[in-house]
Write a protein of this length. Structure first.
Length: 388
């Protein structure tokens, strides 16, 4: 029998299976039947901002060959990202420390490979974004789960980290986080970042949901707090450019060259056309802020209507576009529950076991970044489903 590698043992990212099931369900519906409401995936329903798409079209029509760029991306895009940190956070982030990547998904393995060795222990809150643990495991590192709950707002804290003996080699921190949508107060975020630096723990700060917050807390970036942290960001969420596969890293000086060498070998460069569009997206703020206004309205509607429908145990939802719902009073099998919700109510949701292997059987995640009309229709469908 032929040997298979460690990567062949990586567990599935279940939301992708839910997407497939929802696509099949939608394709099988008869003409005129109510459609499937997509609440399973964190994919904005608006698509790329118009100015970004127009910039890509203009470049293609001008005959730009769209060849390889430097491994870290076009200089003009890196300079624009640098300016973004100055404008939004008052942070000085030199373009030389910015790496344009194939989405945040391409950024994580670059960061993990440059910062850690096989066998290293990487801490993360549970529940967590599944590829954190899956990529870490595939690379021969060990995820170290920190069980969080409503009492900690689904976020870790310094006390949890100080209790670890020995300390972990790294920590993945996300604020706003997926799946709960909660945020750390800036002072708590800074305290964790400072603890990591002092303890020699490499902080990986996932900031892909920055820009998607609703006034309860202020976003904080590790780029202003820690000189040793790695920042991951993406054009997928706030900029609504999921399929363009474009993201970035802000790197500490000691990881710039190692990540560059890895990027040269693993990816060559991020897609050229996506880089052109991404640079233009920074000039599309009115359209992007209109998207946020839609998410805000959907969030408010769901936070009011879902408890009346029967889902009354919801996370605070400070940012991102997710609701983490405790359905333990309804089921102990979130996978079966979500399958029935899709089959009987036409609502695609992600079972909690994707995010928390031990406790996720009594949770599900709902995404509210889809069309407003769909989000408005969802509570009535859920209410009818729960009454059956």
């Amino acid at each position: 029998m032929l040997k298979t590698g460690r990567g062949a043992e990586a567990p599935p990212f279940l939301v992708m299976d839910v997407i497939s099931a929802a696509n099949a369900r939608a394709a099988a519906l008869p003409p005129g039947a109510p459609g499937v409401i997509r609440m399973e995936v964190g994919q904005p329903g608006t698509g790329a901002p118009r100015g970004a798409a127009e910039a890509a079209v203009k470049a293609l029509e001008a005959g730009d060959p769209m060849g390889y760029t430097e491994a870290f991306g076009r200089a003009s895009l890196r300079e624009r990202i640098s300016a973004h940190y100055a404008e939004r956070y008052g942070a000085v982030v030199p373009a030389e420390r910015i790496a344009v990547t194939v989405g945040a998904s391409g950024a994580f393995p670059l960061a993990f490979l440059a910062a850690f060795d096989p066998g290293d222990r990487i801490a993360m809150a549970a529940p967590f974004y599944p590829p954190y643990a899956n990529i870490v495991t595939a690379l021969g590192m060990r995820p170290l789960l920190l069980p969080c709950d409503a009492s900690t707002r689904w976020q870790p804290n310094v006390a949890m980290l100080e209790a670890l003996d020995p300390p972990p080699d790294g920590l993945i921190l996300a604020s706003p986080c997926n799946p709960a949508g909660t945020m750390l107060p800036p002072e708590e975020f800074s305290a964790i970042a400072r603890w990591c630096h002092a303890a020699g723990v490499r902080l990986i700060s996932d900031e892909i949901y920055h820009g998607l917050s609703y006034g309860t807390l202020r976003e904080a970036t590790a780029a202003t707090v820690s000189e040793s942290a790695v920042v991951v960001n993406s054009f997928s969420k706030y900029f609504s450019m999921t399929g363009w596969r474009i993201g970035w890293l802000v790197l500490p000086p000691d990881l710039v060259r190692p990540v560059e060498c890895l990027a040269q070998n693993l990816f060559i460069s991020a897609p050229h056309v996506a880089q052109v569009a991404a640079e233009a997206a920074f000039d599309c703020r009115p359209e992007l802020e209109a998207n946020i206004a839609r998410y805000r309205r959907s969030r408010a509607l769901l936070l009011e209507a879902l408890p009346k429908a029967g889902l009354d145990r919801l996370s605070p939802a400070d940012g991102a576009f997710y609701l983490w719902a405790d359905i333990g009073h309804l089921t102990n099998d979130s996978v079966a529950f979500c399958a029935r919700l899709l089959a009987e109510a036409g609502i695609a949701a992600t079972p909690g076991v994707d995010f928390d292997r031990d406790r996720g059987s009594r949770y599900l995640r709902l995404s509210y970044c889809g069309p407003e009309a769909d989000m408005a229709a969802a509570p009535a469908r859920i209410a009818a489903f729960l009454k059956r």
